[in-house]
Write a protein that binds this ligand. Structure first.
Ligand SMILES: C[S@@+](CC[C@H](N)C(=O)[O-])C[C@H]1O[C@@H](n2cnc3c(N)ncnc32)[C@H](O)[C@@H]1O
Length: 260
């Protein structure tokens, strides 16, 4: 027995709307960034349609106008959902500022929201080593790095991040970074973590994004390498005596590892 029933006309109308929406999507149509008044945003543990999500943004987000411009620009990109959660990016910038970081690493730039966000709070002689393999994504945000006047603080490296991290290590930059944000291909997250641990100083912070992976970590499927990889790193971090950790249910889950 159904819990509630709807008039036949409403059911038919809703089904037609659904078909029209799906047909639009298949035809490559982009829908507006605002759905039911809630900003389209990336993965988030708190549902994006939850009024609490809007409340959090309304009561905590202090976004630089150029960051906002980049967020809205990215929201209309077909892969806009990959962008870091803006409240989480704000926490990253607050941490970077708190520890008076000068050298930071971003693994997985996409359109560069978090890169810009960190560059904005770094001192004028600070540096973000920004790693990505896809220049097309980065090109979207690059003009805004310039507009914000922080382009000179961003050292963009377009190649596999593992290669960039190895080059930094080979160049004698071990234990010279203050902060690292890991947010690229999940299959490599353990390797990124190990290399960042060598690059970051004692007292520095490594932030690992998507550690809850939309809840998939609860039941990692054997054939799902990304989830397996995240889950193994989560298990390892729990027992890793080289760091203190906090796992925060923010965005899609972020673990902060404080190097001892
Ligand atoms: C989730 S997005 C990053 C989001 C970004 N941190 C932000 O602030 O919005 C992941 C990015 O990782 C990049 N990526 C994937 N595999 C990579 C690799 N092997 N090396 C470097 N970047 C990679 C992708 O091109 C993509 O831009």
């Amino acid at each position: 027995m159904p819990l509630f029933s709807v008039p036949k006309e409403v059911a038919v109308g809703t089904a037609m709307l659904g078909v029209a929406f799906a047909t639009g999507l298949l035809a490559g149509k982009r829908y507006p960034s605002l759905v039911f008044g809630i900003p389209k945003s990336p993965r988030s543990i708190i549902g994006k349609s939850s009024p609490l999500w809007q409340y959090i943004l309304d009561h905590s987000l202090r976004e630089h106008p150029i960051l906002k411009k980049l967020r809205l620009l990215t929201a209309d990109h077909p892969w806009g959902r990959m962008m870091v959660s803006c409240d989480q990016a704000q926490l990253m910038a607050n941490l970077v500022k708190l520890i008076k970081a000068k050298k930071v690493i971003e693994i997985g730039v996409f359109t560069g929201y978090n890169t810009l966000n960190m560059a904005l709070v770094l001192p004028d002689n600070g540096r973000v080593v920004a790693c990505d393999i896809n220049e097309d994504y980065v090109k979207i945000g690059k003009p805004l790095w310039k507009e914000a006047g922080v382009e000179h603080k961003i050292d963009l490296r377009i190649k596999p991040a593992i290669q960039t991290l190895d080059e930094l290590l080979a160049g004698g930059e071990a234990e010279t970074f203050d902060f690292a944000f890991i947010d690229a291909d999940k299959e490599s997250c353990n390797e990124y973590y190990e290399k960042c641990l060598r690059l970051v100083k004692k007292g520095g912070i490594i932030a690992i994004d998507n550690v809850l992976w939309s809840g998939k970590v609860l039941k990692p499927r054997k054939d799902d390498l990304a989830t397996q990889s995240i889950h193994h790193l989560n298990e390892k971090l729990l027992r890793d005596a080289r760091v203190n950790i906090s796992m925060l249910p923010m965005g899609d889950g972020v673990t902060l590892a404080f190097k001892l």
